[in-house]
Write a protein that binds this ligand. Structure first.
Ligand SMILES: Cc1cc2nc3c(=O)[nH]c(=O)nc-3n(C[C@H](O)[C@H](O)[C@H](O)COP(=O)(O)OP(=O)(O)OC[C@H]3O[C@@H](n4cnc5c(N)ncnc54)[C@H](O)[C@@H]3O)c2cc1C
Length: 424
């Protein structure tokens, strides 16, 4: 069997290694288009703060790792796929055939259609190459404007603040982290980072960037800023362009079932480029975080090796440390139609909790400052635990989450564990 894996990020690497373990004699080809050893984007903030050097970002630390596993690592870019004839065309026009193919091409930053986005001094923060440019320009005291205050934007912001730059963040949503946090929580995060010396404009767009040293940035609120560096963190989209007319079905990402199979037999997808089926909710979701990439890659590779494996769920969790303020977002944090919600806020103590219920199940939540509850919130939301009478108690006293978990989740786990035995 010949297995081809497209994309040498975390998903591609985990899939290649899993395949090697499960299929010791098969041919495995791992194709990635970046001129770096496979690395972790998650490590880029640590590189920017000087906690690690570039080798610290590498996913595997020994130079001959892939060779030793007999995994062929190639630096090339796929430009076309013909699923029916199982032919993959690469950027040098060579054609590779395969028995199974994993699409693990990740996602790329969205480039907003703003005049000046191509100027020198305007960068995304997505690749090692971006990080090198940012390291050169984001020196102590440099004026940096960051566009976007989403999950990844806030992670980058923290690294920039630690570099001692003069930071301005411009977010077009009405609050910070608008796709992860409700208005109260987003407002609290804004006030927190402002208290740490970051200037934040929400509900504001960058309208144009003019060339020069410094760059001149025009904002929709009428302000003009002079900056040394603009960082664009305005969201990402799956790298699926090369799949046009390939026969592989894509919606927002490459559509997969619970085995990470696409509509074409033998072709799989995993990671940021995949729109995976969340068995818990029955919905397909692109949830571009690394734990999902790892889980999906493992499941895909097992199936590519002929061993049945099922993806149980797509994790929708974000835990964010914004300059010391820890916030979380789980599941349907915005709530569901007909569901109940309860919110508790203490702005002076920087604490906030918002719980969303569907019937007697906790289906989503937002929190600020409740670090000790993170595991419990995850357990209740992901476990779709029936709370029974505890739902009303939580509506009155939301901070009793731990007691609710101990009372409901554990007994349900015991019951589930006991069930197969009883059936036998
Ligand atoms: C600064 C930063 C911080 C982050 N922090 C976190 C965090 O704290 N927690 C978290 O869970 N996630 C975080 N992420 C997101 C996380 O990095 C991604 O979810 C993860 O990288 C997804 O892995 P992947 O293998 O699916 O995709 P990628 O890591 O993007 O790898 C895909 C690879 O495929 C290559 N490729 C694309 N198209 C082709 C083609 N046609 N042919 C060949 N190769 C191709 C790409 O260039 C890339 O090298 C962060 C991301 C960034 C940028």
């Amino acid at each position: 069997m010949k297995h081809v894996i497209l994309g040498a990020g975390p998903a591609g690497v985990i899939a290649a290694e899993t395949l090697r373990k499960q299929a010791p004699h098969d041919e495995i080809v791992l194709i990635g288009d970046e001129r770096e050893p496979p690395y972790s984007r998650m490590a880029i903030p640590y590189l920017l703060t000087g906690q690690i050097g570039e080798p610290g970002t590498y996913l595997r630390k020994t130079a001959d790792h892939f060779q030793r596993l007999d995994i062929q690592l190639r630096q090339q870019r796929a430009k076309r796929l013909d699923a029916a004839s199982r032919r993959l065309t690469l950027d040098d026009d060579s054609v590779t055939g395969f028995d199974t193919l994993l699409i693990a091409t990740g996602s790329s930053p969205v480039r907003p259609p703003i005049p000046g986005m191509n100027l020198p001094g305007v960068h995304a923060c997505w690749t090692l190459n971006d990080a090198r440019a940012i390291e050169r320009l984001a020196t102590k005291g440099a004026r940096v404007l960051q566009m976007g205050a989403g999950f990844i934007g806030c992670i980058i912001m923290e690294a920039l603040a630690m570099r001692g730059v003069q930071l301005t963040v411009v977010e077009m949503g009405d609050r910070m982290v608008p796709r992860m946090m409700g208005p109260t929580a987003g407002g609290m995060i804004k006030r927190w980072v402002e208290s740490k010396g970051v200037t934040v404009f929400t509900g504001t767009r960058v309208e144009a960037i003019e060339s020069g040293t410094p760059l001149k940035v025009r904002l929709s609120n009428g302000q003009h800023l002079s900056v040394d560096l603009v960082i664009s963190a305005t969201g990402v989209k799956p790298n699926i362009g090369f799949l046009e007319n390939s026969g592989v079905t894509c919606l927002q990402g490459v559509l997969t079932d619970e085995h990470m199979r696409t509509n074409v037999p033998g072709i799989y997808a995993a990671g940021d480029c995949a729109e995976a089926l969340d068995l818990a909710t029955g919905r397909t979701i692109v949830s571009a975080i690394q734990p999902n990439a790892a889980d999906q890659a493992y499941v895909a590779a097992m199936n590519m090796a002929g061993k049945a494996a099922v993806l149980k769920g797509v994790t929708q969790i974000n835990v964010l440390d914004t300059l010391g303020l820890v916030s979380t977002s789980f599941g349907d944090w915005q709530g569901v139609p007909g569901g109940d919600r309860v919110e508790l806020t203490d702005e002076t103590l920087w604490k906030h909790l918002s719980l969303q219920f569907d019937g007697d199940r906790l289906v989503g939540c937002n929190s600020i400052g409740w670090t000790d509850h993170v595991g419990v919130m995850r357990g209740l939301v992901e476990g779709r635990v029936r709370l029974g009478a505890w739902k009303d108690r939580l509506m009155r006293e939301p901070t009793r989450l731990m007691e609710a978990y101990l009372a409901c989740a554990q007994s349900q786990h015991q019951w589930q564990a006991a069930r197969p035995k009883a059936a036998a």
